[in-house]
Write a protein that binds this ligand. Sequence first.
Ligand code: 9MR
Length: 560
Amino acid sequence: MEFCVRYNHVGYAPKGPKFFLLACNAADNPLKEMQPWFDVFAENGERVYGAAMVEKGPCTYTDEFVWEGNFSSLESGGRYRISVIDTKGNVLAESKFFEVSDRLVLEQLSSTLRSFYFQRSGVELTPDRAGKWARPAAHLDDCIEFHPSMERVGTWNAHGGWYDAGDYGKYIVNGGVSVASLLLAAEFADDRRVTFSNADFFDAGSFRANLLEEVRFELEFFLRMQDDDGGVFFKVSPVRWDGFVSPSQSDALQKRQILGKSTTSTLNFAGVLAQAHRVFANVYPSFAQKCLDASIRAYRWAVENPDVTYPHNTEGSGGYGDERYDDEFFWARAMLFREVCGKVKVCSDCDRDGCDHFRNRLLSDMEKCPPDLGITWRDTQNLGWIALALQSVDPDLQVRARNTLKVVADEIVKLASEDPYGLSIRRFIWGSNGEIANHALTLFLVNEWFPSAVYVDYAKRMLDFIFGKNPVNCCFVTGSAWSSPKFIHHRISHSDGIEEPIPGLVVGGINADRQDLHRFAHYPGPQPGFSYTDERCSFASNEVAINWNAPLVAALSFCC
Ligand code: 9MR
């Protein structure tokens, strides 16, 4: 019978929860009376902790039988390994060495945030910041044509912004949810979270300063994506899918074009730029004002154009198709309500102080858009609920939003407590790691309003899953641990001539739908929980994307 230890391969924070699992194939019928016991050994061989493991039972998506070990009370820093034995003292499984250290979270936070710098398009990445991954500017996108479907002559400057994922497309709706998650981290990243000299980890001196600099890079691109009438273009993409070539090679090989405008991209823009106004107000006031003005113009366009569909052309780019607009309206309205109520008259038919216009609509938005367990690029209503929970213009709405999000957090905890791996997702879909990080983020946010060790504990267990405590024994973030992915579906990493992939990128992870089987992806087992493979061809499980990295950065920022 084969046993395996599932644990956070990077390690654990000294004061935090420390859980791991022992798993074996359930078909091997492990004896109930087996009662596994685990010991934790320090690097010098000293046994520093030992306890019985607790039965978690069968795991339906892996056909495993699972036990859980808890060594949270081991708080001294150091390097350790776990050894699991049966009642006769036979070793069942062992971990490799991992760390218990306060530095880990900051290291991961810095590396996952820095990955956005590596996703920058149109600019040179300099050796002082990019190290061996430095590269020249390419894809300037400052004079590109409109897609023929737009029947529009002329060119547009859509310079800058982050590449979306493993491809070289730039998409507003996905950039928007990513920026929104990062801005949430910024809103909470005050000094009380700083326990270390930040300068050791962040070029700009602090997490918040680095984050704002990076986000501003994307927002400058967003501002360029707004048309003169306030509507916002949907995406910039190559004419055909690029091969696994570098940005410079891609640039030499084919044209790029701009597509859109749509109601979702315009409202997404409006929501993000209203939030940017809040976050940048004290740092760059004139930029903040520009964001707010752009947000209002976008919102007005969407009110006039409430159902303009996304560009259905997907040659060379992803679809990000979404025909439902209520949730984006909710998000944009809630963020704008927070910024302008009592200050700006947004619409010509608005009441004098601009509050009732939003308040009345928000009441109906709340009815139409109950919260989800997390933010996704398609369903964005949680950003509306979060905006209402954060605003203080209307205390009743604030209480209602916070209570509603608490119900969501309690549901996440309930689901997670029923799952042997501590997950609150019930299916592994494309980008499951992003979904998991988003559920963790919901828990951390609600913990700000209703502090509870249970929320934090479960959120951290979800991060443990991403960093290695999972059925495929993989630390899903590049460059973070011995098991990190090496062959990600990422054109930059493949074409830069450097062996290691760009660090700090989280891959999509386990995806039971396996849309890449025709590309001969080799999955380690037929069960849904084994639907991950570290192969370049596996775009369905091994691609990276900014909307998965952003909630991971945000969730990690709450662990500091
Ligand atoms: O993250 C997106 C996922 O939810 C969709 O199911 C999938 C297929 O439409 O597309 C994913 O997004 C991809 C986008 O379309 C193009 N850039 C890469 C993105 C990550 O795989």
